[in-house]
Design a protein. Structure first.
Lengths: 347, 347
C-alpha cells in the first residue's frame, strides 16, 4: 500500500507558494509516496500549473474551503473551521486515508485540533512537541518544546519513552540515550518534579543517561533530551534568538567596508559550508508525539527546502511504523509510566 | 572614603595566576579603588612579585588559610571552611571593611555562604543570580539564572524590582523595561506562577513590558528579563552550548584546507571584530542580588580579562550605591512584593 501524507497546503506564512513546490521537491526525491494537498483548490491548482505539475502522479488535491489563521485561537479553529485545510488534513489521518499529516499552521490550533480529532494514544496523558536540533556530533531529539507548561514526573517519563522510540524508529539506534534536562547550580539540583522523574527514568528499561544541563543539548551528550514544555520552549526560542543575532552580527561585520566585503567573497565557500552545517531548514519539522496519528508541525516561516524537510520527516515516521512502536513501548512500560489515579483525575 | 573590593584570589579554575593579574589590570584602569586580595599569602605574594607589584598602592593582601573546592558542597564549605578565601572575602563585606566582593569560586558555595553570612535584604525572600548578556541593541540583565529552581509570583516580582534597580543604578536608565519570560505556544500561555507574576508586575510601578519569549532575550526587547532559576539556568547554559558549537564549527570550516586557512587570514579583521562583539569575557560577572552586601560571581573558567570585568562590575555596583537603592525600591513596593504569610512560612 502506498503511504499517503496529507499536507495542509494553506498553513504557514507563505501558503501554497511554498507548500506546493515543496511537495513536488519531496516527490522528486521520494517517488514511492503519495501526497494529498489539502486546501483551497484554486491557489493550489495555480501553483501546480505554474510548476507544470497539474495531474502529476503522486499528487492529489483535497479541497478544503477554510483556512486557520496564524493567530487564531484553538477553540475558534475547532468550532468554526471544520472545513479548514488543517482540520481536513488531520481528518484524512483519522479516517485512515493518510498515514501522516504536515502543517505549517499555528502550533496551538494544530495541537488542539489534532488532540480533539485524533485523541491521545493509550497510556499517554499528554502529547508533546519533539524537534530535532543539530549537535557537535550529529543531532538530538528534544521534547517537550511547548505543548505542556506544567508536567508531572510521569508525563516526563512518557515523553522519554516516546522520544526514545522515535529515535529508535527513524534513526535505527538500538538503545538511544535519554537525558533529563536539569540545572547545575550546586545548591539545588532541580525541582521536585525533575527529581521524581529521574527516579522513574532510572527504574525504567530506557537507556537513561542521567541529568543533563543546557549546554549538553548542543554537545550531543544524549540522543534524547526530555524537559517540560515551558523550559523546552524557552531553550528553543533562546537558541533561535541567539543564532539569529550571531548570524546578523557576522553579516554586519562582513558588509562593513569594501575590504570586509572582499574578505566575505574569499570566505564564501567557508561561510556556505558553515551555514549548511547549521541550516535550521534541514532540521525543520517537529513531531507531535502521543497522538493516535502522525502529525508533523513545520515552522510557520518555512521556505521550500524547510517544508520539504518537514514532509520527509512525516514520511519517515509513517514508513517506520512509529505509532505502533510507541504503542508497544508504552504498553511494555505501562505500570511505570501510568499517572497515579489522583493525577489522572486532575488532567 | 575609598571603595574597597574584596577579591577571592583563590577561586576559579586558575586561582591567583589569573586573579592577581586581573586585579592589577583593574587598578590600572580604575586607580580610585582599593582591592583586598584574599587567600593563601604565598601564591598571591608570588604572583604580585612576578608582576613587580609587591607593595603596590591600592592592593592589600588579606590572608586566608583555606580554599573552597570547585565541587565542594555548600554545607561543608560553611561548616568546615571558616577561613576560606571565599568566606573571608564575604566577611570583609559583612564587617564593612569592603563594599563588595568578587569570587570565581563555585556558585552553590558562594551563594550559600553569602546568604549565611550576609543574610537577605528586608523584603526579599530569596537572592537571585543576575547576569548581563549581549543583545542586538546593547545588553540585557537576566535573573534568576540558577539560585531558585522554584519561585512564587512574589519572588519573580522581587527579582524584577532588583533587576530594574540594578539597571537604573549602573546604567543610569530612568525606567528600565522589564519582560517576564514566558512561552509562546498559543494553546497555553505559561503556567500559573507566571500568570500571577504578570498580574503583580502590571500592578507595580515598574516599567513592565509584558511577557517576552526566549528569542526576545537576544533581540534586546527589554532591559531586564525575569524568570525562575530553573528556566534561566537552562536558557543561559543552552546559549553557552550553542555559541560554543557555532564557534567550533566556524573554526573547523576555516581550518579545513590551505584555501580556507587563507580565507581565514583575509577575514581576520572581520572575525576579530565579530568575536569582540560577542566576547563573553566582556559580560562576565553575575550579581548575587538581594543580599545585605554586594557579591559578584565570576565564571569559574574566567581568564584575566574576564575576571577584570567581574571586578569592575562589583566596583560599579558598590560606587552606585546599589544596596541602598534596592532597599528603597523594595520598601516603596513592599505591600505588593511581600509574600503572603502562608508562602513566607513555607520558605
Amino acid at each position: 500500500m502506498t503511504t499517503v501524507i496529507a499536507v495542509d497546503a494553506m498553513g504557514g506564512d507563505h501558503g501554497p507558494s511554498v507548500t506546493v513546490p515543496a511537495c513536488l521537491d519531496f516527490l522528486d526525491a521520494h517517488p514511492g509516496f503519495e501526497l494529498a494537498l489539502v486546501g483551497l483548490s484554486e491557489p493550489i491548482g495555480r501553483e501546480l500549473a505554474r510548476a507544470r505539475a497539474s495531474g502529476r502522479a503522486g499528487i492529489r488535491v483535497v479541497s478544503a474551503t477554510q483556512v486557520v489563521g496564524m493567530d487564531e485561537d484553538v477553540r475558534t479553529a475547532i468550532r468554526t473551521k471544520k472545513d479548514s485545510s488543517m482540520r481536513v488534513a488531520i481528518d484524512l489521518v483519522k479516517d485512515g486515508h493518510a498515514q501522516a499529516c504536515v502543517s505549517a499552521g499555528n502550533t496551538g490550533a494544530l495541537m488542539g485540533t489534532a488532540k480533539f480529532v485524533l485523541k491521545t494514544l493509550p497510556g499517554i496523558d499528554r502529547p508533546a512537541i519533539c524537534a530535532v536540533l543539530p549537535t557537535r556530533t550529529g543531532q538530538v531529539y528534544a521534547l517537550d518544546l511547548g505543548a505542556n507548561a506544567d508536567c508531572t514526573p510521569e508525563n516526563l517519563l512518557q515523553f522519554a519513552i516516546m522520544g526514545s522510540t522515535l529515535v529508535k524508529a527513524v534513526e535505527g539506534k538500538e538503545r538511544p540515550s535519554v537525558g533529563l534536562l536539569n540545572i547545575g547550580a550546586e545548591d539545588i539540583k532541580g525541582n521536585d518534579v525533575v527529581k521524581k522523574a529521574a527516579e522513574l527514568l532510572r527504574a525504567s528499561p530506557l537507556n537513561f543517561h542521567g541529568n543533563v544541563e543546557g549546554d549538553d543539548i548542543y554537545r550531543g551528550t544524549t540522543d534524547v533530551v526530555v524537559c517540560d514544555g515551558f523550559v523546552g520552549n524557552v531553550a528553543l526560542k533562546t537558541s533561535e534568538g541567539l543564532a539569529r543575532m550571531l548570524g546578523d552580527f557576522l553579516k554586519e561585520e562582513y558588509t562593513r567596508s569594501v575590504f570586509t566585503r572582499l574578505a566575505a567573497l574569499v570566505s564564501w565557500p567557508v561561510i556556505r559550508a558553515f551555514r549548511r552545517r547549521v541550516d535550521h531548514r534541514r532540521y525543520n519539522g517537529a513531531a507531535l508525539l502521543g497522538l493516535r496519528g502522525i502529525v508533523v508541525k513545520s515552522h510557520g516561516s518555512a521556505d521550500r527546502l524547510a517544508f520539504t524537510t518537514a514532509i520527509a520527516r512525516a514520511a519517515s515516521e509513517a514508513s517506520h511504523g512509529l505509532l505502533e512502536r510507541i504503542g508497544e513501548e508504552v504498553a511494555a512500560m505501562a505500570p511505570l509510566a501510568a499517572s497515579p489515579p489522583s493525577a489522572q483525575a486532575a488532567l
